[in-house]
Ligand binder design. Structure first.
Ligand code: 5RP
Length: 220
């Protein structure tokens, strides 16, 4: 199977976690796009979707799926999203598409986080993929210096502004042995909105597309 076919396979599998007559949280990126396309096939059985980015909201609307404001829901049974890297403990690096803050907010509300990914995303140690950090523009240099102090090499994502009007620093050179600790440390830097480590709120379920089948891994 090609990488695209693996993404479609995990997206199809994720539909099993969607709760009928309720809203679903929807992530951002090429794998999440496959999920949106699958969701469209059952749009009459769901009560709309909460989007983690403007791009996903636009794709949902193009399929005729109602986009629901997160503030108008008390509960969200499930959130389905991709990842840039994920460990067997279901901690992740996310934010390759720059939507990490809204993704983290929707994930915080959701009862169950279902991560969908092709096998290339499963890693032993997080950090080969540069860690995205969303930063308030006036704090860019300060946050950059603090990230260097933590052992990283931050690079400004050129020509990119988040849906929240902020910047992204992509941090290279990290070998993240303690994702919980680093997530907290980076979030404690003044001027950081949030970082792309999803360790405190990791995935509950990983649907991993391998050549032979979709493997289901559950957070212990
Ligand atoms: C976007 C994300 C995506 O989930 C992540 O980048 C994976 O994307 P893709 O499915 O295209 O590989 O965090 O901010």
């Amino acid at each position: 199977m090609t990488q695209d076919e693996l993404k479609q396979a995990v997206a199809r599998e994720a539909i099993k976690y969607v709760v009928e007559d309720a809203g679903s949280g929807v992530g951002t990126g090429s794998t999440a796009n496959c999920f949106i396309d699958e969701l469209a096939k059952i749009k009459n059985r769901i009560d709309g979707a909460v989007a983690s980015s403007q791009a996903s909201a636009d794709r949902l609307k193009s399929h005729g799926i109602r986009v629901v404001d997160l503030n108008s829901v008390n509960e969200l049974p499930v959130y389905v999203d991709g990842a840039d890297e994920i460990t067997e403990h279901l901690a992740m690096i996310k934010g390759g598409g720059g939507a990490l803050t809204r993704e983290k907010i929707v994930a915080a509300v959701a009862q169950k986080f279902v991560c969908i990914a092709d096998a290339s995303k499963l890693v032993g140690v997080l950090g080969k993929f540069p860690l995205p950090v969303e930063v308030i523009p006036m704090a860019r240099s300060h946050v950059g210096r603090e990230l260097v102090r933590l052992g990283g090499q931050p690079e400004l994502r050129q020509g990119f502004t988040t849906d929240n009007g902020n910047l992204i620093l992509d941090v290279y050179g990290l070998s993240i042995l303690d994702p919980l600790k680093l997530e907290t440390e980076i979030n404690n830097i003044t001027g950081v909105v949030t970082n792309g480590l999803f360790a405190h709120r990791g995935a509950d379920v990983l649907l991993l597309g391998t050549a032979a089948w979709v493997k289901t891994m559950v957070r212990k």
